[in-house]
Design a protein around this ligand. Structure first.
Ligand code: AMP
Length: 184
């Protein structure tokens, strides 16, 4: 059973079975073979078997944000079903970043891979290490484009992802041809 938890997200259901929660992850890469990097990140996120992809957006070509003097990005979103609690999912995202050789240097600077938790069921959490829903979804076309593809009806502070995508400046943000197949 998929639940949409509130504050109790990630606790174990009666009987000890872990709850399955639907979460949405945002991925980005602007170094090396960006498409391969996105595919590898998804493969690593799901390899242990406790995160499964329910939907994957196309890869979107997007201009750099924040620090604009760097290569363009490839971004994607995945809707996943997971039995991991929120912090364990964050840990998985960070393990994948580290395994792929991400070095944290400049904020908003070049990166092999970035994996963010955009939503975790209906959980709302604002702590130093984890804020969900991700606070900057609504203002970033590079998130909203792929997000609106896989979760158009997702409510983001009173407006759907599709409505927000329709209203935002989309300059330079466009999808590449098709949804890539999983590796292997
Ligand atoms: P970034 O530069 O996007 O990789 O930022 C990573 C930092 O943001 C880490 O220290 C995380 O603990 C923190 N963080 C807070 N909320 C989130 C979230 N929803 N998804 C990913 N990282 C988050």
């Amino acid at each position: 059973m998929v639940v949409q938890p509130g504050e109790g997200a990630g606790r174990r259901a009666a009987g000890g079975a872990a709850e399955t929660v639907e979460a949405i992850l945002g991925l980005g890469s602007n170094m090396g073979d960006k498409a391969v990097n996105l595919g590898q990140a998804i493969a690593l996120l799901t390899a242990p078997g406790d995160v499964a992809v329910a939907a994957r957006s196309r890869n979107w070509r997007t201009p750099p944000w924040g620090v604009t003097d760097q290569d363009w990005f490839l971004n994607a979103c995945v809707r996943v079903l997971t039995t991991l609690p929120p912090r364990a999912l964050l840990g998985r995202c960070q393990e994948v970043e580290t395994a792929m050789g991400r070095v944290r240097t400049l904020r908003w600077g070049p990166r092999i891979i970035d994996v963010d938790i955009l939503t975790f069921g209906r959980l709302r959490l604002a702590e130093p290490d984890l804020v969900v829903p991700h606070p900057r979804i609504a203002e970033r076309a590079f998130v909203l484009g792929p997000l609106a593809e896989i979760a158009p009806d997702l409510d983001i502070d009173g407006r759907t992802a599709a409505e927000r995508w329709a209203a935002i400046d989309r300059q330079g943000v466009y999808p590449l041809a098709s949804v890539p197949s999983p590796p292997g």
